[in-house]
Design a protein around this ligand. Structure first.
Ligand code: TRP
Length: 328
């Protein structure tokens, strides 16, 4: 049995935080032996919410450095920029004929963004965000897409576009798979203030944070507001730091639960335990990151190499698409 193909990606937002890691990256790394992985840097997608291109390149390098430091192996998992493979825009155009405006306006992820970013005049390309994403995935015939939960509506649109193309142009033999989303088993990790983790809010822990910074950041994390003094009994179920323990320190969770409730464990000690677990996890990533920071050309080479591999697949898919459409 040939390995199934994974296609997943992220917009280049710069350094990765723990939420990016748990939401997708950790999964990509875990799945790179079982699947054939391709990982895309969605640089054109950035334009949907920010027309300034000044930081796209540096953010791309920072992001890829973190991907590699965290354990993505570029031999197994080619990494490439969407903008450098022209077939993305070509398939995007074709797909944009196969979906209605009303369908795109119903997309809950878009509605959420319009609300959160206070968008009054929606840009045409932003409405078409999931159409480009569908092109990203289907150009590589991605069958599995490991992403965070916010991406599910986009994957649903990808499935619809695959079906539509297949039924419109490939009565004999469909060419596109209907990809499945694969979520991590850990739900969204909240930020240090208990809100959604986001760099713009400044409530993140970065994969590249030094041990001291992790400690400082955790000191400021919110806990159970009713636990005011060290020996007050606490309620782990409402405590953010407890959520972090569940992820980063699972073996001590029962003990922390008991000792927090009884008041034996104070928040400061509890936070320090958590910080040291996170630092343990980050140590090898930091170490590996340094080697890439000292050799940025290596990161650039890896991307170029990934682009050559991606290009081959993209070209062959477009040949098929044109044949099926009797164009060319
Ligand atoms: N929309 C994704 C995000 O914001 C990024 C993305 C673009 C993507 N193209 C993709 C993810 C294709 C998976 C597959 O994170």
């Amino acid at each position: 049995m040939p390995k199934k193909r994974i296609l997943s990606g992220m917009r280049p937002t710069g350094k990765m935080h723990l939420g990016n890691y748990l939401g997708a990256l950790e999964n990509w790394i875990a799945l790179q032996d079982e699947y054939q992985n391709y990982h895309l840097i969605a640089d054109y997608h950035v334009l949907t919410t920010n027309l300034s291109t000044d930081e796209i390149y540096s953010n791309t390098i920072e992001m890829v450095t973190d991907w590699l430091a965290a354990g993505l192996d570029p031999q197994k998992s080619p990494i490439f920029r969407q903008s450098q493979i022209k077939e993305h825009t070509e398939l995007f155009l074709i797909f944009s004929m196969l979906i209605t405006k009303a369908r795109l306006e119903r997309n809950p992820t878009l509605k959420e963004q319009v609300r959160d970013l206070n968008i009054e005049n929606l840009i045409y390309g932003h409405l078409g965000y999931p159409v480009l994403q569908a092109a990203d995935i289907l150009l590589y015939k991605g069958e599995v897409v490991p992403v965070g939960e916010d991406q599910l509506p986009h994957i649903e649109i990808t499935r619809e576009l695959a079906r539509k193309f297949n039924s419109q142009y490939c009565q004999d033999a469909p060419i596109f798979p209907e990809p499945e989303a694969k979520m991590t088993n850990f739900a969204r990790l909240p930020g240090l203030d208990g809100q959604r983790m986001s760099k713009s809010v400044g409530n993140t822990i970065l994969l590249s944070d030094s041990p001291d910074i992790v400690i400082q950041k955790l000191k400021k994390a919110v806990t159970d507001p009713q636990k005011m003094r060290k020996n007050d009994p606490g309620r782990p179920e409402v405590c953010l730091v407890f959520t972090y323990h569940k992820k980063f320190n699972p073996s001590e969770v029962p003990e922390i639960d008991t000792n927090c409730r009884s008041g034996v464990l104070g928040c400061v000690d509890c936070k320090m335990k958590c910080a040291s677990k996170i630092n343990e996890m980050l140590a090898p990533i930091l170490e590996k990151r340094k080697s890439y920071e000292n050799n940025v050309n290596k990161v650039v080479d890896i991307i170029n190499d990934g682009e050559a591999k991606a290009k081959e697949i993209a070209e062959s898919t477009m040949i098929e698409v044109h044949q099926k459409m009797k164009i060319g």
